[in-house]
Design a protein around this ligand. Structure first.
Ligand SMILES: [Zn+2]
Length: 250
């Protein structure tokens, strides 16, 4: 239609009209492109908002669920472990007693299990190449750090599980095993550790030192890091979304 009009104007050598027609075409294309860009940007912002909300909900669910379990289960056990090791470092080994709580920690120190990623939507974003949708630089950096930590902790866990000693299997004479059902699922617990026998046994103490150093790394680099990073991310997302939780107000 506009092309026929331009041809007409060229034939009649109406150059001003040709110029105006041409201008209309250029402006039309420009407006069309602008609209398309604007529409795309609007869709991306909506997608970003959707991801940010999902990341928040995943962080909250993780902290209330699995990572809440870290505070209930892992932290008290790690404190028991620290108390025992500090006493061993300071004191006369003959006089050291091992409580049942500490005995259970020693018996189960070898349990190095990877924690699942708390952010399924992060994996989805990465797989679909949509990670760039996250425009907030602090949030981007925090997400990238979380992903890097996840990869590194997987490598660490593989190392921790290589040539690992299971103390109650190799030194059954020092432990009393018990099958309990008071944690989620059936679990082996240990009590009545023979502290005197353990301390006097050089082979045991060497294996204990090795396993303890692995346990220490596992707790500090895998467990504690996971909780801290998800909590930091949650705070960041709360701030970004303007969310205040009830427990924050207490
Ligand atoms: Zn929140």
């Amino acid at each position: 239609m506009i092309l026929r009009r331009i041809t007409e104007h060229v034939k009649t050598q109406n150059w001003l009209a040709v110029g105006i027609d041409f201008f209309i075409v250029v402006v039309g294309v420009f407006i069309g492109l602008q609209f398309s860009n604007w529409n795309e940007a609007r869709q991306e912002r909506a997608q970003e908002a959707d991801y940010v909300q999902r990341l928040h909900d995943e962080a909250k669910a993780g902290l209330d669920g699995l990572l809440g379990w870290v505070g209930v289960y892992f932290e008290p056990r790690y404190k028991e472990y620290q108390a025992l090791v500090i006493r061993m470092g300071e004191g006369d080994l003959d006089e050291i007693t091992i409580s049942d709580a500490q005995c259970d920690v020693i018996g189960n120190m070898h349990d190095f299990i990877a924690m699942p990623s708390q952010f399924p939507s992060l994996a989805e974003m990465t797989a679909s190449g949509q990670f760039d949708l996250i425009s907030d630089p602090t949030l981007r950096r925090t997400l990238i750090n979380y992903r890097m930590m996840k990869d590194q902790s997987q490598v660490l866990i593989d190392n921790l599980n290589t040539s690992l000693t299971i103390l109650p299997n190799d030194f059954p004479q020092y432990f009393e095993a018990q099958l309990t059902n008071d944690t989620p699922g059936l679990e082996l617990t240990y009590k009545n550790c023979d502290a005197v026998g353990m301390m006097a046994d050089k082979a045991f103490m060497n294996r204990f030192a090795d396993t303890a150093s692995r346990y220490n790394q596992y707790y500090n680099i895998v467990i504690d890091q996971e909780k801290t990073r998800v909590a930091t991310m949650h705070d960041l997302l709360d701030e970004k979304l303007g969310i205040v939780h009830d427990e924050d107000q207490e």
